[in-house]
Design a protein around this ligand. Structure first.
Ligand SMILES: Cc1cc2nc3c(=O)[nH]c(=O)nc-3n(C[C@H](O)[C@H](O)[C@H](O)COP(=O)(O)O)c2cc1C
Length: 407
């Protein structure tokens, strides 16, 4: 089953049922361009046997970064040569390579965005307040321009040789902020009812489709829910999935949570009935499957061949998304396809200090280092010290902050 091909609504064929889910590389040069490190990394991943490789989030505006070393694609900053090299490395061995396109909205750290933009001028509560400034609300004109920016980045991706694109609509970034009744309290056509809140993502999809044509894959990563009281709920998410599926979306990736409630990484909100199952959002996929025929890619928690087979055989999803497993073992998909009885080595991380574990997004920090090792042409190091990784990241973040403050 895992080795079967998959035909998408646009006609494109994916060689097997394994996708590498997006992991931000945070590895671009000082001008936010991709370089040889991306070639090294994607060479590993394409040779690792994955059918579909989704890049880490590429930002569609240099004024809105999630991390200092995100790749940016916008008008006047196309980085076409670097993108072509990246696309060539990532499409070897018959792999599809899709660019994930993102705008962080207010989820852009203080040292990168003194005044971030979001649907509404609503700041974060709790510990998030220390990391992110209160945003200002986007004007209607800026919303239209931003929609065009997503489509422009997608057009450049196609020109560079990427074989598809994915809209990042999950994890609390701009699309997800528009969908959330907590973060979007606009009173114009972009806020209020669910129909209005989803207008932003619907318009992004339609603009992309008209730019890219009917035979080019367009996907989206969406939250099954934000896992926040009063936030984007499972019921609303299903309506959005159905709407986008009916419009012709080629592949819908299911995840969940935001920086405020990190269900995408730990599935903490898994109900008791689903705890036995590896995948965090399998229950949700089973419900959505009854509503649409659009292929579903389920991501989060998969560790074993049995867990993957169970999800595919149940018919709840057509593809399995893997992130951390492939960051520490780029050949994991080859082993799965070959029928080896392998289990991912992903395990809970701790720096040894509870205070530090609370302060730092350990999963991001530690796995990013694994990705950076491959970018330098080295092997990942699954036994690397978490504490050292945190210290190194704090030091490099400190110098990045200093540089930005001086600039
Ligand atoms: C280092 C790192 C970076 C990530 N960056 C992104 C990203 O850019 N876009 C995205 O949609 N998800 C991102 N994710 C989330 C993963 O795609 C995935 O949803 C999550 O890790 C759960 O899958 P897993 O259990 O197979 O790791 C990131 C995860 C990690 C560990």
């Amino acid at each position: 089953m895992i080795d079967q091909t998959l035909k998408l609504p646009c006609g494109a064929i994916i060689k097997n049922r394994i996708a590498k889910s997006a992991m931000s590389e945070n590895m671009a040069d000082a001008g936010n361009r991709p370089g040889h490190k991306f070639v090294n990394l994607y060479d590993r991943w394409s040779k690792g046997g994955t059918g579909l490789i989704i890049t880490g989030n590429v930002m569609m505006s240099s004024k809105a970064l999630g991390e200092p070393h995100n790749v940016v694609v916008e008008e006047g900053h196309e980085c076409l040569e670097g993108l072509k090299e990246w696309a060539k490395a990532g499409t070897q061995n018959g792999a599809h390579l899709w660019m994930q396109i993102n705008h962080p909205g207010k989820q852009s750290p203080k040292f990168l965005s003194p005044e971030p933009m979001a649907p509404s001028a609503i700041g974060y509560e709790s510990y998030m307040k220390n990391m992110f400034n209160t945003p200002r609300a986007l004007t209607a004109q800026e919303i239209t321009k931003t929609i065009k920016g997503y489509a422009y980045a997608a057009k450049v991706a196609k020109k560079a040789g990427f074989t598809g694109v994915q809209i990042h609509g999950a994890h609390g970034y701009l699309v997800s902020q528009f969908l959330s009744p907590l973060h979007n309290q606009r009173t114009d056509q972009w806020g209020g009812s669910l129909e209005n809140r989803m207008r932003f993502v619907v318009e992004i999809y339609k603009t992309m489709r008209s730019e890219l044509g009917n035979d080019f894959p367009i996907g989206i990563k969406l939250n099954s829910a934000d896992f926040q009281k009063g936030g984007f709920s499972e019921e609303e998410s299903m309506i959005v999935v159905k709407t986008l599926g009916d419009l012709g979306m080629d592949l819908i990736e299911i995840s969940g949570g935001t920086y405020e409630a990190t269900a995408m990484m730990d599935g903490t909100k898994k109900k008791d009935s689903t705890k036995k199952r590896e995948a965090y959002f399998l229950d949700y996929c089973e419900k959505v499957r009854k509503l649409i025929d659009t292929p579903l890619l389920l991501t989060g928690g998969f560790r074993s061949r049995d867990g993957m087979d169970e999800a595919l055989q149940s018919g709840a999803c057509e593809m399995i998304g893997l992130a951390r497993s492939i960051a520490i073992d780029p050949d994991f998909p080859n082993k799965l396809i070959a029928g080896q009885d392998v289990k991912s080595q992903v395990k809970p991380l701790s720096s040894g200090s509870k205070a530090m574990d609370k302060m730092i997004p350990l999963e991001i920090v530690w796995y990013t280092e694994q990705i950076h090792r491959m970018g330098k042409g080295k092997d990942p190091k699954p036994n690397a010290s978490v504490k050292m990784s945190v210290l190194r990241t704090m030091m490099s973040l400190g110098s990045a902050m200093l540089k930005r403050t001086r600039a």
